[in-house]
Design a protein around this ligand. Structure first.
Ligand code: SER
Length: 339
């Protein structure tokens, strides 16, 4: 018999670290971690198995398929937005092609054990594409159905995968005689910029916020690549992980849509800088805007409307702007760099 498993792709990434730690704390013992990068021991110790390999490797997926009975997938593996612009073909292969394979695997698993696999997918504010800074500044909180015209390969991939997820959940094999029972249970969150006290992201365009904070705490100079009044929504990692778990646990009948915005606080780069200076007055941060990365950030909303998530599955962040810094980021980052 196959062993039951909760599969986590991108396990070595930023969100993988946060999520696996939390699932292990919750007593989930059937975690199977998958990543193309070596999976570090701390993560490995919290999992039943670690698989080192590429989500595009069909043999590898077949092996996982044959060894495990998978009930939940957290499909976190992706190339982030800045990196994806340098290698758009590769990004499309991994972000779109990889997701398609995982969805196909999930649908087959659902057929084997007769219950829809829960497929948790982190999408992003990159799925939005506002036409530029002026419109962004004049637009309020953006709803899921508005401004779906991404300008990055990563954003296009995320938006397309949301559609694929909805297809595999609701319309897969729609012309088959027995089309009723073979879908998956696809649930997706459009995350704002993530900030973790423990890990640094790599290759993203919201990275200036975590980079600025980590640089200040570790005594490094930092040149912020956006202009000071650039505003984006952010969330700290514990809230991001809570959101994934909360959505995962929500009763299916309460979910009126497959993709949900969530929001915690919105800040300009300058507000982040000022908050950093309160804590680390010696921080050497200046602004060295990169016109092209700025244009990407200018296409992402300053604020999102998360009322559907609040109504359908009780989303509420634990950390607002003040708590994010004073209760999570500052104490945790100080202890990270104090050794
Ligand atoms: N944080 C991601 C990035 O910057 C967006 O979701 O690419």
């Amino acid at each position: 018999m196959r062993q039951t498993a909760t599969l986590i792709t991108g396990a070595s990434g930023e969100m993988g670290h946060g999520l696996i730690g939390r699932l292990a704390e919750e007593g989930i013992e059937d975690l199977v971690a998958l990543d193309i990068r070596p999976i570090d021991q701390r993560i490995g110790n919290q999992c039943k198995a670690c698989v080192n390999g590429d989500i595009l490797d069909e043999r590898l997926l077949e092996r996982i398929q044959s060894e495990y009975e998978i009930h939940t997938v957290y499909h976190l593996a992706a190339l982030l937005s800045t990196r994806a612009e340098f290698t758009p073909d590769a990004a499309h292969r991994v972000n779109a092609g990889g997701t398609l394979r995982l969805l196909q695997m999930a649908v087959e698993q659902s057929q084997w054990h007769g219950r829809p696999v829960k497929f948790m997918f982190p999408s992003s504010i990159a799925a939005y594409g506002l036409p530029g800074r002026e419109v962004k500044q004049g637009t309020g909180r953006v709803r899921e159905t508005e401004w779906n015209f991404p300008t990055t390969m990563y954003g296009c991939n995320k938006l397309y995968c949301e559609h694929l997820g909805r297809y595999y959940a609701n319309h897969y094999r729609q012309l088959a005689v027995d089309s009723s029972s073979h879908g998956i249970d696809f649930r997706c969150i459009r995350f704002p910029g993530l900030i973790s006290a423990v890990t640094l992201p790599s290759g993203g365009t919201t990275d200036y916020a975590p980079e600025m904070i980590h640089a200040a705490a570790s005594g490094q100079k930092y040149g912020c690549f956006v202009v000071p009044d650039t505003r984006l929504p952010f969330i700290v990692m514990p809230d991001a992980v809570n959101a994934l778990l909360q959505l995962q646990e929500a009763p299916r009948e309460n979910l009126r849509q497959t993709e949900y915005n969530i929001s915690s606080f919105s800040m300009t780069a300058d507000e982040i800088h000022q908050r950093i200076l309160e804590e680390w007055p010696q921080a050497e941060i200046d602004f060295k805007p990169d016109r092209k990365r700025q244009a990407i950030v200018d296409s992402w909303p300053a604020e999102v409307d998360d009322s559907a998530a609040r109504a359908d599955w009780g989303w509420a962040p634990r950390y607002d702007k003040e708590a994010a810094f004073s209760q999570y980021l500052i104490p945790r980052i100080k202890s990270r760099y104090s050794g």
